[in-house]
Design a protein around this ligand. Structure first.
Ligand SMILES: CCCCC/C=C\C/C=C\CC/C=C/CC(=O)SCCNC(=O)CCNC(=O)[C@H](O)C(C)(C)COP(=O)(O)OP(=O)(O)OC[C@H]1O[C@@H](n2cnc3c(N)ncnc32)[C@H](O)[C@@H]1OP(=O)(O)O
Length: 281
């Protein structure tokens, strides 16, 4: 049971080597024995995906691709939030040049994660709405800790998830389930997500989630790495190509959407609601 041993070693806190200290908002730790890299998002308070976090994620993914890691586990340093999705402040009253760079970087980072040649898994140790769910569904396996929520809630914000958000969601859920959830902007509890297949397993802690992700990655230990990665890429090629072909158009649609006064009004109200919630507690 090679993969069980791998996951035990990783979870035991065994020999770990911090190989990246360059990025401010992400860290990469590669376990020397297992060769599995843990990529941690660290942008308090909620890992809102702003331009800089997206840049750091992309550079960490590149680093993991380049250092011949056996797999990538994506997780968060927050005890309650995996990622709150896109940083709404990047879209609310935006500077249009920065907004352009932000969306282009989101596209770039998604292409790198969804198209990654190494096995990928998400240890979802907190809430994971919208862009957070996009990251999780772009991985090949998901393990989630109880009492959190995950889903694509864009319609609740008066927004439309782009086609490639849907592609990642559809790589996990059947069309009927995915369509209903997106139309509703539904957030699933951990238990509901397991029931519909949005996540693969639950775990009682972040450590256990990482252990289960490592066990998943360990299932490839005896599979030819090139055959595995080319097979994965064939499955994902059409989704990746669709965005690559339509990147410019997708960017223009996004910029048009965020410049609509009705959308700006809605985002303002949504942000206000988030802040009021803080004051009530
Ligand atoms: C056919 C044509 C098709 C065209 C398509 C083309 C383009 C499409 C256009 C647009 C697509 C846009 C896609 C968007 C995807 C997204 O990801 S949008 C973001 C969605 N995220 C959310 O809705 C999450 C909101 N947050 C929460 O629900 C909660 O914060 C939480 C994550 C559950 C955590 O709760 P908790 O109680 O722990 O924390 P607080 O709520 O107190 O938050 C702390 C602090 O953080 C701020 N904050 C939270 N989330 C965000 C965020 N996403 N962005 C920015 N800021 C956020 C919150 O306001 C608090 O701030 P403070 O009061 O200043 O401390």
């Amino acid at each position: 049971m090679l993969h069980t041993n791998l996951s035990r070693l990783l979870a035991s806190g065994g020999p770990k080597r911090l190989i990246s200290t360059v990025n401010k908002l992400t860290t990469v730790e590669v376990n020397d024995k297992t060769g599995i890299a843990i990529l941690t998002m660290n942008r308090p308070p909620v890992n809102g995906l702003n331009l800089e976090l997206l840049q750091d994620l992309k550079s960490s993914i590149d680093e993991i691709e380049g250092n011949k890691s056996r797999g990538l586990i994506l997780t968060s340093s927050s005890p309650t939030i995996f990622s709150a999705g896109l940083d709404i402040l990047e879209m609310y009253k935006p500077d249009m040049d920065r907004c352009r760079a932000f969306w282009s970087q989101l596209q770039e980072t998604w292409l790198a994660l969804y198209g990654s040649s190494v096995p990928t898994a998400a240890a979802i140790n907190g809430h994971s709405p919208a862009g957070g769910c996009l990251l999780a569904t772009s991985c090949e396996y998901r393990v989630m800790v109880p009492k959190f929520t995950i889903g694509l809630n864009e319609t609740q914000l008066g927004m439309i998830a782009p086609q490639w958000f849907m592609s990642a969601f559809l790589s996990v859920l059947p069309q009927r389930e995915a369509e209903r959830a997106l139309n509703q902007g539904r957030m699933f509890t951990t238990e509901e997500a397991l029931r519909v297949g949005l996540i693969d397993e639950t775990a009682n802690s972040k450590e256990e989630a990482i252990e289960k992700c490592a066990a998943f990655i360990g299932t490839f230990a005896k599979v030819n790495p090139l055959a595995r990665s080319l097979t994965k890429q064939q499955f994902r090629a059409a989704d990746l190509q669709q965005l690559k072909n339509g990147r410019k158009e997708d960017l223009e649609k996004f910029l048009f959407t965020v410049s609509q006064p009705a959308l700006q009004k809605g985002l303002g109200i949504y942000l206000e609601g988030l802040k009021k919630k803080v004051k009530k507690q």
